[in-house]
Design a protein around this ligand. Structure first.
Ligand SMILES: Nc1ncnc2c1ncn2[C@@H]1O[C@H](COP(=O)(O)OP(=O)(O)OP(=O)(O)O)[C@@H](O)[C@H]1O
Ligand SMILES: [Mg+2]
Length: 340
């Protein structure tokens, strides 16, 4: 049975009440989510939130303790083989065979998907071209840079033209140019009708690619919606500026506080002032009047709309790029490029 229908849309991914425990750790504590066919879901959350665990359960690599999940209308436990044939997976850690060349890696994955030899080779060539790896096609993957491995890994997950694609932090470790190129590939795949579940620590990435987002923390969904809906939850605009001398900040805070709709936030280390306001340009003009004659110089002053980083901070209490120190990540099993 395909997933439930809303206004004629079918869900390509349906997750209900997923619970997963590792000893005393509850990695997932009742996660529900759906992803409409042909759409992109961004699964966000701090380190250790449970994102990779969700991906591993949906890609049949791990069994849940409670709950159920369907991918492409198939049950991930009962129909595991069919699920594997329908999906692609790029795991959080690149998993390419070091000793095979780029071409051989892709050809091998194609053969594992039971493509005839000529087709596997043709598809490998196509993907090498698409991911800008033609020049390195005949070099062993161990000579590839991190970004090249990542691209090869993602190419491998597309060999079987999956209907549903799982990307666990697809652009971590890529330089800005490669990241932009990867965003274009992902957007193209989405435009072509592939359903994508993407985890990321880069909120700009989610903002750009995802139709909807689910934010999880400690194994529970703490927010969901479009980027605009999530931003609206955090509230309106903020007055922000930086000063040359932090010593001037307390006086400024006193002068500006009456203009705020909430308490100002002052970061002495970065000499930054930030305060929620409403009233747009008038407030900015009034703030400048009140700051006239201030002892320190002010730069970068302006009104800023909340971005997803603010949302994340408000929801989870820490920034997306904060690295968790209390629980280290277990090593990922060597699986990628579809389930081998
Ligand atoms: N195989 C395992 N054995 C024990 N604990 C595990 C295992 N896999 C995950 N965990 C724990 O489950 C929790 C969720 O881990 P998971 O890898 O799903 O987080 P994540 O959201 O992907 O984090 P990150 O952003 O760091 O990749 C963590 O506390 C983690 O330590
Ligand atoms: Mg992870």
């Amino acid at each position: 049975m395909p997933g439930s229908s809303v206004a004629g849309m079918t869900d390509a991914i349906v997750v209900e009440g997923l619970v997963k425990r590792f000893g005393a750790t509850t990695a997932l504590d009742g996660v529900d989510l759906t992803v409409a066919e042909g759409s992109v879901l961004g699964l966000l959350g701090p380190n250790g939130a449970g994102k990779t665990t969700v991906v591993r359960i949906l890609t049949t690599l791990l069994a849940a303790d409670e709950g159920r999940a369907e991918v492409a209308g198939l049950d991930v436990v009962r129909d595991a083989d069919e699920v594997r044939a329908a999906i692609g997976l790029t795991g959080q850690y690149a998993a390419v065979d070091e000793y095979l060349t780029g071409f051989e890696n892709l050809e091998m994955v194609g053969r594992l998907y039971r493509l005839p030899k000529t087709e596997a080779r043709a598809r490998a060539g196509e993907l090498l071209e698409r991911f800008d790896l033609v020049g390195a096609a005949n070099r062993p993957a161990k000579t590839y840079s991190g970004g090249m491995r990542r691209r090869l890994d993602i190419a491998a997950s597309l060999i079987n033209r999956p209907r549903v694609l799982f990307l666990d932090e697809p652009t971590t470790g890529l330089d800005p140019r490669s990241r932009l190129a990867m965003w274009e590939f992902i957007a193209e795949l989405a435009d072509g009708g592939t359903t994508i579940l993407l985890t990321t620590q880069y909120l700009e990435e989610a903002d750009r690619l995802a139709d909807r987002m689910v934010v999880i923390d400690r194994g529970q969904v703490i927010a969901r919606g479009t980027a605009d809906e999530l931003k609206a939850q955090v509230g309106g605009e903020r007055l922000e500026f930086t000063v040359t001398d932090a010593a001037a900040l307390p006086t400024m805070v006193e002068a500006l506080r009456p203009l705020g709709v909430d308490e100002p936030n002052v970061d002495v280390a970065s000499r930054r002032f930030s305060m929620p306001v409403s009233g747009g340009a008038d407030v900015l003009a009034e703030a400048l009047r009140r700051l006239d004659g201030a002892t320190a110089q002010i730069f970068d002053i302006g009104l800023r709309r909340p971005d997803l980083d603010d949302v994340f901070l408000a929801l989870t209490g820490h920034a997306a790029e904060d690295v968790a120190t209390d629980d280290e990540q277990p090593a990922e099993p060597a699986v990628s490029g579809g389930v081998r």
